[in-house]
Design a protein around this ligand. Sequence first.
Ligand code: 26W
Length: 811
Amino acid sequence: MTISKENFKKTFLEKLATMYGKSIEEASDIDKYMALASLVRDYINKKWVQTNKQYMESGEKEVYYFSLEFLLGKLLGSNLLNMQLTELCKEVLAELNIDINEIENLESDAGLGNGGLGRLAACFLDSLASLHLPGHGCGIRYKYGLFEQKIVDGYQVELPDNWLRDGNVWEIRKPDKAVEVKFGGNVKVDNVDGRLTFTHENYESVLAVPYDIPIAGYNNNTVNTLRLWSAEAAKKDFDFSSFSRGDYMKAVEYKYSVEAISQVLYPDDSYYENRVLRLKQQYFFVSAGLQSIVRRYKKKYKSFSHFSDKIAIHINDTHPTLAIPELMRILMDEEGMGWDDAWKITTNAISYTNHTIMSEALEKWPIETLRSLLPRIYMIIHEINERFCRELWNKYPGDWDRISRMAVIADGYVKMAHLAVVGSYSVNGVAKIHTRILKQEVMKDFHDFYPYKFNNKTNGITHRRWLLKANPLLSSLITDTIGPSWINHPWDLINLIKYADNSSFQDELAKVKLQNKSSLAKLIKDKYNLDIDIHSIFDVQVKRIHAYKRQLLNVFHIMDLYNRVRENPYLDITPRTFIFGGKAAPGYYLAKLTIKLINTLASVINNDKTIQDKIKVVFLENYSVSLAEMVFPASDVSEQISTASKEASGTGNMKFMMNGAVTIGTLDGANIEIKDEVGNDNIFIFGLTADEVLNFYHYGGYNAWDIYNSDSRVKTILNQLINGFLPNANDEFKNIFNYLLYNNDEFFVLKDFSAYVDTQNRLDHRFRNKSKWLTMGVHNIAHSGKFSSDGTINEYAVGIWKIKPVFISEE
Ligand code: 26W
C-alpha cells in the first residue's frame, strides 16, 4: 500500500469535514488530532481484517498474553511510525501549518499499568506484531488508568486519570462478542449416570464487553489485537422491572457495583493487598478472555485434543493465575471433558512469568474470599491441591514440612504463585540473576520438583518506540553512520562500535545529546520556571518510588555532595542536574515521604546562591510513558541502584542505554547483563552483590547504627533529616531517620553509601574527559540491540510458545 501525499492530505481534509463538518480553518486542534488518528486507524483496520482472515485460515498456533496491565502510552506516533506514515504526515501537516508534535500531545496516554510489568506487556505486543507473530493481548479496559500525580507543596497528590474523557479513536467496542462472567452463588453437584456434574446456581452475572485495539507491526501487514474487557450490568439483571417497585436505587446501586470491576487500575506496585474487587478484576478478565478464545477455537476446530497445539496462554505474573482453574472449568463443565484430559490440555497451554521475588508482592487469597466469590473455581483449586499434594507425598513420603511449604492451599490461603507453577508448563524469570534466585531460593522446592519447567527470558524493550520514535535525532545519526538495517535488525547497532573513538562521530553524538538536553531543559523551564545548565551532567532516576529502588541512596549522595560544596565553595566538581520522576503508591507512606524529601531538598539546593549553580535537583511531576520519551534521550547518567537481588530485571536501564546514557548501578537484574555486554569500562558498578545481600538476610551481621556511628558523612546527613536543616516538613523526615536506623536499613542504603559516593566521584571525573565519556555512550548504544524486545519475543516464541510467523499479504 503506497499512499501519496495528495491522497493523504485530501483524506485528512475529508475527515475533518465528515467527522466535524469543519474546514481546516475552523477545526480545533483536538478535531485535527481526531481526524488524523481516525485516518491512520482506517489504514490499520484494513490490514486488521486481512490479518484476522489469514489467522483464521492458516491454522498456525496463536498466543494470548494475559495481563492486568498494558502501559501503552500514546498510540498516534507509534502507529504512524509502524505504518511508515511519519514522514508523509509531517510533510502534509507542515503544508497545512500544523505542528505534528502539538497534535500528538493532545492524545491522552493509555496509562493502564503501574510500571515495568505493564510497559513490558506493551513492548511485547509491538514486537509480536513486528515479527509477524500471531500474538494478542487480553486485559481490562480500565475507565481510569494509573492516577495523575500532582505535586502540591512538595507532596504527591493523586488525581483520577480520566483518559477516556474525549473518547478513544483506537478502540472498537464489540457488543456482539460480549460474554457472561459469574460470581458468587453456590454449586449444585449431581450424579448423572455415574458422572458428577456441577451446576453453578444463584450467581450474579456480569456482562464482559470487549473493546479491541489494533496493534500494528512495523512496516509489515500484521495487525494483532489487544482485547480489553469492560464490565457492564447484564441486560436481564439490570432490568428495572425485575426490581420491585421503589427499588430504583437498588437497581442503580447494582449497576454501579458491576461497573466497579473495570473502573480503576489498582495503583500498587509490588505490594499485594487483600481486596475482593481486585480478585473480581482478575477473574473477570481471565474468564471473559478464555471464553472468547474457546469460542473462537470451536469455530475453527471440532476436537479439543489439539487445543495446546493451536493456542498458548501466557500469564503475566500471578495476576491472571485463575486462568488455570477457569480453563479447567470450561473444559470440564462446559465441554464435558474429564479431569485428566482437561488437566493435560490446561498444563500444556499455560505458561507463567514471575516478575518479582519480593515477598510482600506475592499474592495469596484467603480461602473464604475465594470460595464465596468463586465457588466452582475454588472447588477446582482444591482438587488441584489435593492431587498435587498426593504427588508430593509419593516423591517425598513423610516430608510434611516440604509438602506444606509447597501446597497450593495452606495456612488458610490460596497461594497464587504455587498454583501458577503447578498449572503451567513453563515458568520464567526476567533476567539471568532473577531466574537463578528463583531456582535457588524463592522457588527452590518447585525447581527441585519440576526442574524442566524453569527457564530465563531476559526482558527487552521495543527499540521502535524507545529509540526510533523517542529519539529521532539519534536515530538519523545512527542511520547516516551504519545504514538503516538496525531498524529491522536491532543487533546491527553493534556496527556502531567501529565509531566508538571516531571524533567526528563523537562530535555529532554530542550535538544530538545536547539538543535533547536542551529540549528537556526547556520543558523544565516552562513547567517549573527552573533554569538548568545543559552542559551539566543530567543524572536521572525515573521509576516507581520504592524503598528497594533506593531513591534515598541517590538523595543521600546529593546531600553529601551539597555538604561538601557548602563547606568548600571552590570544590572542583562537574556541575550536575539530578532529575527524579516516579509515582508512589497512594498508601505507601515512606515512598510518598521520599517524594517530599526530594522536593524539599530541591528547594533548598536550587535556591542556594552560594553554590554557583553547581547542583540542581528537579522532580518531574507525573512520570508517564510520554514523559519518559522526553527523558531518556536527554540523559547522561542512568541511576539503577536497587539493593542487589531485589530488582527482577529493570527495563528503564535498557531505555537509557539505548539512548547513550551510562549506567551507575548495582549488580542487580539486567544491569548485570548490560555490564556483560558493554564491559566494565563502560558502566559504573558499585555495592553489595546479590549473594552478599542474601547472606546478610540469612545470617545477619549488619548493623545500621555501626555505619551511622563510624561514617561522619552518614551521621551528618541523617541528622540533617531531623535538625531543621530541611524546612517545612513538620518533623516528618524523622520517620526516614527511624526507618533506616530502627528497621536496621533493610535495603542496605547506608551500607552501600560509601561505595556509591566513591563511584559517583569516579563518574564525575570521567565526564570531564568528553571524548572518553562519548566513547562510553557509543558502547552503550551499540550493545543495546541485545535488549530489543524483538530478541526477547523471539526467545519466548521459540522456547516457550512454539509459535511461528504468519506473513500477512496485502489486502
Ligand atoms: C499484587 C501487587 C503487585 C503489583 C504489581 C505485585 C507485583 C507487581 C509487579 C510484578 C511489579 C512489577 O512491575 N515488577 C517489575 O517487572 C518488570 C518487568 O519484568 C521488571 O523489569 C522489574 O524489575 C520488576 O520490578
